[in-house]
Design a binder for this molecule. Structure first.
Ligand code: GTP
Ligand code: MG
Ligand code: NA
Length: 457
């Protein structure tokens, strides 16, 4: 596989856990950003990516006793944020399949919840090493914060009531982890890091323990991942999102896990009208410590080695579909073969979605969002007869209109995070097809549930 022993890539670190336990907020603290407050409904609905260079690690860890930056033999971290909302199990699974190591975030005041357990199962299945962030430690009774100190020190300095509350909650969580078949211990009490999961108390609000968390992740990478992190030229690259950026036109955000991308490379990826073949016009990186999900400034590169979150500008990306792999053709005669591969992967993903004969028409901006949306509808017994990734156009309205005759309550398009073309809306109004368009999947679901109630009256 052409592994390069003395050339390690950045480890891909996936942040997993139950909804609202603080995954995005932890990353905000690390990045000094405010991504979480800008999220619609306060929930994460896509996979995110942040490149953390070595100096970002250094900045965060200076207070950590015994952590030596000069030991780091990899160039930084690529951190992947995932949604905790129950509907997004597909994105948790995808995120965890991309990663080398993970941070499982557990709200110390809530303990293990359903998506915590789901995340643990994913990590076990893939044998991914991970640490647990015991987050929201600032909510421990009479807790006194001190983010400038090592968390071990901060805990020693707590008064009795805080100490007791912390000990009790921690014990309960360790017990709950045991029930999931995991040995677990606070990291400074860990008898064997190979068989015990380490817990690191953190607060994404006060910053307590953040340095220790990053140091712990780096230590674990050094101890467990040296082989796995050897750079390989074999490309592994996944498309996260398709986005229009001023000055660059339509771009795609990708996670480059292995291999490298170069300006001018011929790339092949799935599109709504079949595989797209195009050349990389510009290779862009968000500024270090910026979330790729959030529009910002970019630096341009001729060549980018893994692992990093990368933005690609190229022609013909308007119909690109997010959620699948991106390929590079190094020779002209590979193009057709790779097109077939891409096509097969997309068709397999779409085939795995079973549509009913009668039901609503569902559209979303990405394959991941579409899958999550359908999960939500399944759970709420809303049948769907048609699905598509992309903006609502007249053709979609015509398909949805087919329900008018026998099942008018299904003559509905539920559109998540996509544009509704003007002529499509006009046609819908004329035909009597209802289009719901929302920015969070649960609002969209609720909208339809309400609509049905009125409909049946
Ligand atoms: P999803 O992405 O939707 O699964 O949620 P999440 O795990 O990313 O949690 P998020 O970062 O959105 O935080 C949820 C809420 O908890 C927000 O209101 C945060 O401000 C709050 N929060 C997160 N971390 C902490 C913490 O350490 N202490 C306190 N007090 N609040 C926190
Ligand atoms: Mg989040
Ligand atoms: Na949230």
């Amino acid at each position: 596989k052409n592994l390069q022993e003395d050339n390690l890539r950045a480890p891909v670190v996936c942040v997993l856990g139950h909804v609202d336990h603080g995954k995005t907020k932890i990353l905000d603290k690390l990045r000094r950003t405010n991504v979480q407050e800008g999220e619609v409904g306060g929930i994460t609905q896509q996979i995110g990516a942040t490149n953390v260079p070595a100096h970002g690690v250094q900045r965060q860890t200076h207070m950590v006793k015994g952590f030596d930056m000069s030991n780091l033999n990899f160039p930084g971290l690529l951190i992947i944020d995932t949604p905790g909302h129950e509907s997004f199990s597909n994105l948790r699974s995808r995120g965890s399949s991309l990663c080398d190591i993970a941070i499982l975030v557990v709200d110390i005041t809530q303990g293990l919840e359903p998506q915590t357990v789901e995340s643990i199962d994913l990590l076990k299945k893939r044998k991914t090493p991970f640490v647990v962030a015991l987050n929201k430690v600032d909510r421990v009774f009479e807790w006194e914060s001190n983010p400038a100190k090592d968390i071990r020190e901060v805990i020693k300095l707590q008064k009795e009531p805080a100490k007791n509350d912390f000990d009790r909650r921690t014990k309960e969580i360790i017990q709950a982890l045991n029930e999931q078949g995991l040995n677990a211990a606070l990291f400074w009490e860990n008898p064997n890091p190979r068989s015990y999961v380490s817990l690191v108390p953190t607060s994404a609000i006060s910053g307590d323990g953040m340095g220790n968390l990053i140091a712990m992740v780096c230590d674990l990478c050094q101890q467990r991942l040296n082989k796995r992190l050897m750079f390989s030229e074999e490309l592994q690259c996944t498309v996260l999102e398709v986005k229009t950026i001023q000055g660059h036109g339509t771009t795609i955000d990708v996670i480059l896990v292995n291999g490298r991308l170069r300006e001018g490379d011929t790339i092949i990826l799935a599109g709504t009208e079949g595989p797209i073949v195009t050349q990389i016009r510009s290779l862009l990186l968000p500024k270090p410590l910026k979330e790729i999900r959030v529009k910002g400034q970019y630096d341009e590169f001729k060549e980018i080695p893994a692992a990093q979150g990368v933005k690609i500008a190229a022609r013909d990306l308007e119909k690109a579909i997010a959620g699948l792999n991106l390929q590079v053709a190094y020779h002209d005669d590979e193009v057709d073969l790779l097109k077939d591969d891409v096509d097969r992967e997309f068709k397999a993903a779409m085939r795995s979605i079973k549509v009913k004969e009668r039901g609503v028409y569902v559209q979303a901006s990405t394959l991941g969002a579409l899958e999550a949306l359908l999960e939500f509808f399944k759970a709420n017994s809303v049948p769907y007869s048609g699905i598509r990734v992309g903006p609502v156009v007249k053709r979609d309205v015509m398909k949805a209109a087919a329900m008018l005759e026998h099942d008018p309550m299904y003559a509905v398009i539920l559109a998540f995070d996509v544009k509704v073309e003007k002529d499509a809306q006009e046609l819908a109004d004329k035909e009597g097809v209802k289009i719901f368009s929302e920015e969070t999947i649960y609002h969209l679901g609720d909208c339809y549930v309400e609509y049905i109630k009125d409909f049946k009256k």
